[in-house]
Design a protein around this ligand. Structure first.
Ligand SMILES: C[S@@+](CC[C@H](N)C(=O)[O-])C[C@H]1O[C@@H](n2cnc3c(N)ncnc32)[C@H](O)[C@@H]1O
Length: 207
């Protein structure tokens, strides 16, 4: 058994938990959670991306926090040069940049998604850990309108929620739910939902 590796992983996990608690104390509405996402939850989110989908285009993670989902996306095979991570907290964005030096980490609000993506190829998937239920409604609406615009036709939007029952709020009417699964191995248990932007829309709605 690799005891050194085990101790290192525990230490990193503890540091990330501490970072999250500090940010929670400073910005409770932005964080919306006490604990980093578990590997089980992060892996379930990454599973929404098929190897075929990863052959081209951009992949964007919004609200990456301490980075468990970023890590799962890379393990899943998302090429780091086509992965952009948007995290509003300067402390967390700096920690993400150090942990994932090959990934384009932007310390911005997801409301600015469109301007972050100027000049980049079409976006195949947006993976979100944003706490839409605790963010101000106007912010959630602004972000989802950016998501709808930025995603290419046939692209997917992946979101988790702690509300196991009921529909996710703020999902654009044109999006179709393609998958929903509950992950019990997380504190608290969570639901991962995958939505698809329709393949064919009005010309100005597609990239
Ligand atoms: C639920 S936490 C992230 C959970 C993450 N999966 C983890 O385990 O660390 C939500 C994250 O969204 C970030 N956030 C909140 N509002 C944001 C916004 N408007 N744009 C980008 N990030 C935002 C917060 O700073 C926080 O890191």
């Amino acid at each position: 058994m690799d005891i050194g590796g085990f101790v290192n992983r525990r230490k990193k996990g503890f540091e990330q938990q501490l970072l999250m608690l500090k940010e929670l104390a400073n910005n409770p509405r932005d964080m919306g959670t006490l604990c980093p996402s578990s590997d089980a939850l992060a892996n379930k989110m990454a599973e929404a991306l098929s190897p075929r989908m990863m052959k081209k285009g951009m992949f964007v993670e919004i609200g990456a926090g301490t980075g468990p989902v970023t890590s799962a996306l890379i393990r899943r095979g998302v090429p780091t040069e086509r992965l952009m991570v948007i995290e509003k907290s300067p402390v967390l964005a700096e920690s993400l940049s150090k942990r994932f030096p090959d990934v384009d980490v932007r310390c911005r609000g997801a409301e600015e998604l469109g301007s972050c993506l100027e000049g980049f190829p079409p976006v195949r998937a947006i993976i979100s850990s944003l706490p839409f239920r605790s963010l101000p409604e106007a912010v959630s609406l602004a972000i989802m309108s950016e998501v709808e615009r930025a995603l290419s036709c046939g692209g997917i939007f992946v979101q988790f929620t702690y509300a196991l029952i009921g529909e996710m709020p703020f999902i654009p009417a044109s999006f179709r739910k393609v998958r929903s699964s509950v992950v019990l191995l997380n504190i608290p248990p969570a639901k991962v939902e995958v939505f698809m932007k329709p393949k064919r829309m009005e010309p100005e709605g597609c990239q």
